[in-house]
Design a protein around this ligand. Structure first.
Ligand code: HEM
Length: 396
């Protein structure tokens, strides 16, 4: 029996374009930029291609705006927001602004659609990391990307693997809470979490080796800049916009939600996460950490076999979390962001980071996170160095 072909919806037509024409236009522009002596220059290069990108995207956006909110459920709305966001991220990357000729109306319409979607979904009105990683639906083997460059594919695939591994670790740690640290099976869960963090470490090391520095720095990273939607600018997406890594921070006790700069980071991150992740993180923030639970028991139970077993496993888990954080900062950020930034002309240094602040400010906040996660010997931040040392001494 033959089935009648279903008419393609506006959302599907836009999705098809984002997966084809959009990718081809971005890739053509990247090749033009990359071919210059100053690869960071975008001004005055490929203007016809940029105009084509805006005009084609606008046609789909207009049709979607006219159609209005057809409420096809959370997943469809979130997916559409991703596509709208990818289009806006590309406009930002190619420095198409409302004052560029012919871009004012298209960008206003696009903002209107993004705001409507973001508000109804309870997330920031822009593309987020999950759109490109854990919630990036593949169609016949291909998932959404800005370009068809190998560097982008490697970056996304390795990020996705690391995010999933962090989530596996967080899932295992959360399950200790209802059992308590003295339950014989708590150690199994902490070991599972440690194995997952070892996967993060292996994955980061592989990414470090395979990613092309210049292609990543000049042709991939710029799509993650902050961009304006309506009246406000929203910070760029980064691989950290999921709850798992912070669930691990907080449940292990290495970072504390009552600390001003850490809670500031969490608050700013909420709308960049999927609603289910927002819920998980909120829940973790009011739990007593495993480190605090172990310290509560230290004097009474330090000679007990259960305590020695769980504390030892806990310490190796903390070490793995610190190791992955060091790897992120000292290897990935250093090799793919800090070092290539040194050779950038002054005028191209603005907005090099995804979050927006100048590079040295962003680097110093990442450094603090690294030192909290690795419980470094620092007394200017609330590092748990002394507490972990006490625990280590008690079981060694
Ligand atoms: C080439 C690889 C990578 C580079 C160059 C890189 C760089 C960065 C930078 C520069 C930031 C700060 C945000 C900003 O731009 O303002 C950041 C944040 C973050 N990245 Fe990466 N990253 C890479 C891969 C990864 C991977 C594989 C993960 C694992 C999930 C990850 C996890 C995070 C997290 C969690 C944050 C938020 C801050 C934090 O909690 O540490 N990154 N990254």
């Amino acid at each position: 029996m033959q089935h009648a072909q279903k008419a393609q919806s506006n959302t599907e037509a836009f999705d098809d374009w984002v997966r084809s024409g959009f990718v081809a236009l971005n890739t053509a522009l990247e090749d033009l930029y990359f071919d210059q002596e100053n690869r960071a220059n975008v001004a005055g290069v490929g203007d016809e291609v940029k105009a084509q990108l805006v005009a084609e995207g606008w046609e789909y956006i207009r049709a979607l705006l006219e159609e209005g909110n057809t409420d096809e459920g959370f997943d469809a709305g979130f997916d559409l927001l991703g596509n709208v966001g990818l289009f806006m991220g590309a406009c930002r990357r190619h420095e198409v602004t409302e004052s560029s000729s012919g871009a004012a109306e298209p960008l206003r319409d696009t903002s209107a659609l993004a705001l409507q979607l973001g508000a109804s979904l309870g997330v920031a009105p822009r593309f987020a990391t999950s759109h490109l990683t854990t919630h990036n639906r593949a169609v016949r083997g291909s998932y959404r990307m800005f370009t068809s460059l190998e560097a982008e594919a490697l970056f996304l695939e390795y990020n996705t693997r690391a995010i999933l591994a962090y989530k596996r670790a967080a899932d295992a740690i959360v399950r200790v809470l209802p059992m308590g640290v003295s339950h014989p099976v708590a150690c199994d869960l902490l070991t599972t979490a440690k194995q997952a963090l070892d996967d993060v470490i292996r994955n980061n090391a592989a990414l470090f080796d395979v990613l092309d520095i210049d292609r990543f720095f000049y042709c991939v990273r710029p799509y993650y800049k902050p961009y304006r939607v309506g009246l406000h600018e929203y910070r760029g997406a980064n691989a950290g916009d999921f709850a798992g890594i912070n669930e691990i921070d907080v449940l292990l006790g290495l970072c504390q939600p009552e600390n001003l700069s850490y809670s500031q980071l969490l608050v700013e991150k909420f709308l960049f996460m999927m609603p289910e992740d927002q819920q998980r993180l909120r829940d973790c923030m009011r739990r007593r950490s495993l480190l605090d639970q172990l310290l509560d028991e230290l004097e009474r139970s330090k000679s007990e076999p259960w305590f020695r077993r769980v504390a030892t496993t806990f310490l190796t888990l903390c070490e793995a979390h610190g190791e992955a954080a060091k790897q992120h900062h000292d290897q990935l950020v250093e090799r793919f962001i800090s070092r290539p930034s040194d050779s950038l002309p002054e005028e191209n240094l603005t907005n090099i980071t995804a979050s927006g602040p100048p590079l040295h400010v962003m680097l110093s906040s990442l450094e603090k996170l690294r030192d909290l996660r690795s419980a470094a010997d620092r007394d200017d931040i609330p590092s748990r160095y002394l507490d972990l040392s006490r625990l280590r001494a008690a079981v060694s």
